[in-house]
Design a protein around this ligand. Structure first.
Ligand code: IPE
Ligand code: IPE
Ligand code: MG
Ligand code: MG
Ligand code: MG
Length: 323
């Protein structure tokens, strides 16, 4: 595991160094200052590391996929900036969100600009399959937007069962991890079977990752707005499970709270109590664990390499994350 962290930290430093200089321009300042603010805010860098390791796991050199890795992370940052407007959140990565620090117009523009910058990096990729790579990247963006649309639509609905929830999170979250793995695999020269394995690995990981993110919403360590999903009436794994498994009284209480115009801090405490007493938190943790195990089983179908072992260690690291 020590060797894993040494290698991963080297990748992360390289990524952070490149992202801090995402563009060499500084004017117009109202655009470039927030762009640099977002790109130098840290973050776990899971998606670009997935690109690099997927490339290596099929016999490529990480270096070949570096521009694509940067492209995926820049794209991810675009989704975060716009997601924070959509979710009315004021904190991200322990700092003010862009629309809070500047304003909504700035945050919309920065998001747009980041999509352009993401493509400019992606197109630096030296691969005979660049068209395929661009197609996968583009359909990933479209699917992610569909997922974000479902996430918003579900705020006002109570008929969201587990299968609708899974469809929503696969689109809003897992898709970008799947895109990362698939592009890394293509650049590394994967055959169709290896490519399929890595996409499936990231589907399992991505879905578990979002359920874990739903749990992190009620952790003070997140660096994000505490209890945002509850305030925003999100149909998270926790809500969907509690609604189907809590006692009739708790269920009524949940429905009553989620029908109010605004949800107060006191309401959040009641909701958390319901999540706890209905066994929802325990079940959510079990499902995350099971998803990570499935991702691991998928990974083991690849040939033994250092990158495969790093991807396995990455699963353990993600499972223990607090932000
Ligand atoms: C946050 O992603 C958005 C989700 C899809 C849950 P991350 O948890 O990867 O955020 P950073 O990049 O590390 O801040
Ligand atoms: C993540 O959903 C999906 C995207 C950012 C595309 P969330 O809204 O749960 O992500 P966080 O919790 O704000 O990071
Ligand atoms: Mg959000
Ligand atoms: Mg959101
Ligand atoms: Mg969240």
């Amino acid at each position: 595991m020590d060797e894993f962290f040494t290698r991963i930290n080297q990748y992360r430093e390289q990524i952070n160094h490149k992202l801090a200089a995402v563009s060499n321009k500084t004017t117009p300042e109202s655009f470039y200052a927030p762009v640099h603010y977002v790109m130098s805010a840290g973050g776990k860098r899971i998606r670009p590391i997935l690109v690099l390791l997927s490339c290596e796991a099929v016999g490529g050199r990480a270096e070949q996929s570096l521009n694509a890795a940067l492209a995926i992370e820049i794209l991810h940052n675009f989704t975060l900036v716009h997601d924070d407007i959509m979710d009315h959140d004021d904190m991200r990565r322990g700092r003010q969100t862009v629309h809070e620090k500047w304003d909504e117009a700035t945050a919309i523009l920065v998001g747009d600009g980041l999509v352009g910058l993401a493509y400019s990096y992606l197109l630096k990729t030296n691969s005979a399959q660049i068209k395929d790579i661009c197609d996968i990247f583009t359909s990933g963006i479209i699917e992610l937007c569909e997922g974000q649309a479902l996430d918003k639509e579900f705020e006002n609905r109570f008929d969201i069962d587990l299968s609708r929830y899974m469809e929503m999170i696969e689109k809003k979250t897992a898709i970008l991890l799947m895109t990362a793995s698939e592009i890394g695999a293509i650049i590394g020269g994967a055959d169709s079977n290896q490519r399929r394995i890595l996409v499936e690995f990231s589907r399992q990981l991505g879905n578990a990752f979002q359920i874990q993110d739903d749990l992190i919403d009620i952790e003070l360590t997140s660096g994000k707005t505490y209890g945002s999903d509850i305030k925003q009436k999100k149909k998270t794994y926790l809500f969907v499970h509690a609604l189907n498994n809590a006692s009739a009284a708790m269920r009524d209480s949940l429905i009553h709270i989620y029908h109010q115009n605004t949800i107060t801090t006191d309401d959040i405490a009641i909701v958390l109590d319901i999540f706890e007493k209905s066994g929802t938190l325990t079940e959510a943790r079990r499902v995350v664990d099971a998803g990570i195990k499935q991702a691991h089983a998928e990974l083991m179908k690849l040939p033994t390499t250092t990158a495969r072992s790093d991807l396995a260690d990455m699963l353990d690291w993600i499972l223990k994350r607090k932000s």
